[in-house]
Design a protein around this ligand. Structure first.
Ligand SMILES: Cc1cc2nc3c(=O)[nH]c(=O)nc-3n(C[C@H](O)[C@H](O)[C@H](O)COP(=O)(O)OP(=O)(O)OC[C@H]3O[C@@H](n4cnc5c(N)ncnc54)[C@H](O)[C@@H]3O)c2cc1C
Length: 449
């Protein structure tokens, strides 16, 4: 006999995670998604005259336990290529000195794998590595990192040397928190570093998708939901939550239909949740108006196609450049040599044209790889995700809501909720699982209707 009915609003990774978890427990699940496909902010698109492209290059880590579990459940066939050992290749210029180095972990238990990697990196002195160990100590005590401290302030407190900051901590912070170190939350970074480097060696491995994102979780999730008795309503947004004395009594869709269920899980981003926050909602839930303060931070991806192989490594961190990372994504397209460049915390680049951004990336690459990089690129495409993540500042951490709401039958999921992690595939999946688990806990003992 079927358990309670649940409507999950939003078909990103958080909504998929919640729906999948509940379907496996026998709940009657309907997932409503405004767009015509699942995947949310992690999707692929087809443009005329372009190979299938992801809306943004997504990196995963060995420590993405929730997300990897979701992929396993969806039966996504081995879609990620993980490094054997954590390694980052760096090229560029720091303080007028050119850098051409690799930080590569050793096959040793964590955290020694990283300790010896730093020790073997010529740019770091013994003293620098000693300061890195001090950071390691602080990570074990990460609950002590003050909530109001930025990454820069925290690195100052830990007396981190300039070279360690500029070569190691800063690029990681930008990539993981999508915010400059001067503004990013130290507490969030500490959690990321702890999960990545301190527990087990394999958890530090960086994973790059071998398939386009829509084939990794979007389409497999659609199949899973349909094959497991769930319903999918696509191309239909939820315009309003109907509040009643007993909680949420229904939903109004964009075209005016009413949808009803026993329980509701919102898995839409905070800036979409705000569309539902009216005076009535604020009366019941005063904190809801502060979700707008979470802000948004952009990520830009620049795809450049070349006729000759421009890069020998799978990805490189470009130091001292406006474009921070470059990935070889040729295997994702049937075109020859396709590179994806990422600019994080990119709000100030949003007004630049495709040509300007393409040139920025090409000039950066050519200056660092003058022999391998062809004189010209063949074709360029740019994706600008204006609202890629919330702004991960210390102040904003206090506004991230938990899974519970004042409405007994409404639960919250989404990367922006209080996961202890930045907005990532992992944080989003964790939030979806957490909402599903809370619902399961709440309905324990309640039988059929
Ligand atoms: C360019 C870019 C690069 C990124 N890089 C990485 C990375 O390298 N590694 C990493 O781990 N993470 C990365 N992320 C972050 C990651 O993609 C997100 O954290 C994650 O996908 C968010 O999932 P979500 O389900 O919480 O939200 P979303 O994916 O935003 O899903 C919400 C869904 O709700 C739908 N929706 C909204 N309003 C309504 C409504 N009213 N009714 C019905 N449906 C609605 C939306 O259409 C959407 O499908 C990146 C994100 C971007 C944009």
């Amino acid at each position: 006999m079927a358990k309670e009915s649940v409507i999950v609003i939003g078909g990103g990774v958080a909504g998929i995670g919640a729906a999948v978890r509940l379907l496996r427990q026998g709940y009657k699940v309907t997932l409503v998604e405004r767009r015509g496909f699942l995947g949310g902010r992690a999707y692929s698109y087809n443009k005329t005259d372009a190979p299938p492209l992801d809306n943004g290059l997504h990196v995963t880590l060995g420590c993405y336990n929730y997300y990897l579990d979701l992929l396993k459940t969806l039966d996504a066939e081995d879609p990620i290529e993980f490094q054997k050992e954590f390694a980052i290749v760096y090229r560029g210029c720091l303080n007028g000195k050119s850098v051409n180095t690799t930080v590569k972990a050793l096959p040793l238990p964590a955290p020694w794998h990283l300790f010896f990697a730093l020790l073997r990196t010529p740019e770091f002195s013994l003293k620098d590595v000693a300061y890195a160990c001090r950071m390691g100590g602080a990570l074990w005590q990460r609950h002590r990192v003050a909530a109001n401290v930025t990454v820069t302030q925290w690195l100052d407190q830990l007396k981190q040397p300039t070279i360690l900051r500029e070569l190691f901590w800063q690029p990681i912070t930008h990539a993981a928190l999508n915010r400059h170190v001067d503004f990013a939350s130290a507490k969030l970074l500490a959690e990321v570093l702890f999960r990545t480097f301190l527990k087990q060696r394999r958890l530090s491995a960086i994973g790059i998708f071998k398939k386009n994102l829509s084939n990794v979780h979007g389409r497999p999730a659609e199949r899973f939901i349909r094959h497991n008795g769930g319903s999918l309503i696509l191309k239909q947004g939820i315009r309003k939550l109907l509040m009643g004395s007993r909680g949420i009594e229904g939903l109004i869709t964009d075209d005016g239909q009413q949808l009803r269920a026993d329980y509701y899980i919102s898995a839409v981003p905070h800036y979409r949740f705000m569309d539902w926050v009216d005076e009535e909602m604020q009366r019941c839930w005063p904190e809801s108006k502060s979700f707008a303060a979470l802000g948004t931070s952009a990520i830009i991806n620049i795809y450049l196609r070349y006729t000759d192989k421009p890069l020998a490594d799978p990805f490189v961190c470009l130091l001292g450049s406006q474009v921070e990372w470059v990935f070889d994504v040729s295997s994702l397209s049937d075109s020859k040599y396709l590179l994806s460049f990422t600019i994080s915390d990119a709000n100030r680049y949003l007004e630049k044209t495709t040509e300007e951004l393409a040139n920025l990336a090409h000039v950066a690459l050519r200056s660092l790889f003058p022999t391998s990089c062809p004189e010209k690129y063949d074709k360029a495409w740019v994706t600008k995700e204006r609202r890629a993540t919330m702004e991960h500042t210390p102040e904003n951490e206090q506004y991230r809501p938990g899974v519970d709401t004042p409405f007994s039958n409404l639960l919250l999921a989404g990367d922006w909720t209080h996961t202890g992690l930045p907005c990532t595939l992992e944080g989003a999946t964790q939030s979806g699982y957490c909402a599903a688990d809370r619902l399961i806990e709440q309905t324990k003992g309640i039988t059929t209707r």
